[in-house]
Design a protein around this ligand. Structure first.
Ligand SMILES: [Zn+2]
Length: 411
């Protein structure tokens, strides 16, 4: 029987795909680690094989014979690369401002060494300057950068431009989200001191039209917390959840009881991001909230010039605070991987399913005496701290604290 040329091509493609999936060589094999992948219910000693920038296999006892490189990670946790959903990374040369400015931070400078492989910029750019942000930072960073687009046209430029109602253009926001579907994950409302609800409603409208969540960053002193939460839809995210500042009511009352309308919002599916920053995290609010079941859904750091060297430090330090506050390792790691991935509707991230991009972190948990500070200068003590031994982004090692991937030097 003669095959026609079309059939022959189909057969050839099938043959090649079978060969590549079975014959693909392991480029990097992490042996004997404790794999924690909450999305796939894995919490056990396993090996992880990487090839072509993707997770090839997660299983017990993968043979190292054909692997190009093998790293023994006995005693370490192997997890999906961490996701920090609240950062300000639109770094540029403009003084004293966040958008294209010196108050933002290059994510590669701090996030990879904290095990973070994906950051979400929290509305530092708007529809006018997102292309500059993309060209200047997103496309040139090793860290994966996603974004909430600010409802303000030029993002976080300070007053008065960021409060200009005429520059909050729903159609332009929707258009920009449509133009960059792989990068923009939501809309942000964050800074507005007027009384009218126009900016908030515009941000919500853009979120509805684009089917993406709204991030509410709370520098909205004229809106009550109750009204903000009531307007939010299930899946929308409020950040700075445990702040104690004059411009926004705390989530707990004077007796440290979680306010009923906060509970109601949580039950309705509004998500609470931590949003540490310089002023956004207080033990006096976070500890009673945790005891009453109001745990953060994600550990957004609110990375910027003023938070990184204060109580926040980095994502792992924020996560370690919750260990010190009594949360289990698994609950902490879930909130740094799979839960934030789901909250930004990026279920291709935050997990180690075979075929997923190989963004991976190898973590150690150090025992010792550690201190943790909140935004008010209060300190708690803890006995455990996360440390990132190895960070892998799309199959490539981008951080190696103690050289476990390096060649041993023989004197
Ligand atoms: Zn922020």
């Amino acid at each position: 029987m003669r095959m026609n040329s079309k059939t022959a091509i189909v057969v050839l493609i099938f043959f090649l795909s079978v060969v590549s999936s079975y014959g693909q060589q392991i480029e990097l094999l992490l042996k004997n680690g404790h794999v924690f992948d909450p999305a796939n219910n894995i919490n056990a000693r396993m090996d992880l094989a990487i090839a072509g920038g993707k997770v090839l296999k997660v299983a017990a006892n993968i043979s190292p014979v054909d692997a190009k490189r093998v790293i023994d990670v006995t005693g370490y946790y192997v997890c999906p690369g961490l996701i920090d959903i609240h950062t300000h990374v639109f770094v540029g040369s403009k003084p004293e401002t966040f958008a294209d400015g010196s108050l933002s931070i290059s994510p590669d400078d701090i996030e990879l060494k904290a095990g973070v492989t994906t950051v979400v910029d929290a509305g530092t750019s708007g529809w006018r300057n997102f292309p500059i942000f993309k060209d200047q930072v997103v496309d040139r960073s090793k860290t994966r950068i996603l974004a909430f687009l600010n409802i303000a046209g030029s993002g976080m430029t300070g007053k008065p431009t960021q409060e200009d109602l005429s520059d909050m253009d729903v159609d332009k926001v929707v258009e920009t989200i449509k133009a960059y579907p792989d990068l923009i994950v939501g809309v942000k409302i964050g800074h507005y001191e007027g009384k009218e609800w126009t900016p908030f409603d515009k941000a919500l409208s853009a979120g509805n039209k684009s089917n993406v969540p709204l991030l509410v960053e709370c520098h909205l002193p004229q809106y009550t917390l109750e009204d903000q939460l009531k307007k939010m839809r299930p899946g929308d995210i409020i950040t700075h959840s445990y702040e104690k500042v004059s411009e926004r009511m705390s989530v707990v009352d004077d007796n440290k009881v979680v306010r009923p309308f906060v509970k109601e919002a949580q039950q309705r599916g509004v998500l609470f991001d931590l949003g540490h920053g310089g002023a956004g995290f207080w033990f006096s609010e976070a500890i009673p909230a945790l005891r009453q079941g109001l745990a953060p859904n994600s550990f957004g750091t609110d990375l910027h010039r003023f938070s990184m060297n204060a109580g926040m430090k980095d994502m792992l330090n924020v996560m370690s605070k919750y260990l010190a506050m009594g949360m289990s390792k698994e609950d902490v790691l879930r909130r740094a991987t799979w839960l934030p991935a789901k909250s930004i509707k990026r279920e291709d991230l935050g997990n180690l399913r075979e075929g997923t991009v190989a963004d991976v972190v190898v973590l150690s948990i150090r025992d010792g005496k550690f201190g943790f500070i909140d935004a008010g200068g209060n300190r708690i003590e803890g006995t455990q701290k996360f440390e990132a031994e190895l960070t892998i982004r799309e199959g490539k090692i981008v951080w190696d604290l103690n050289g476990i991937s390096a060649t041993k030097f023989v004197k």
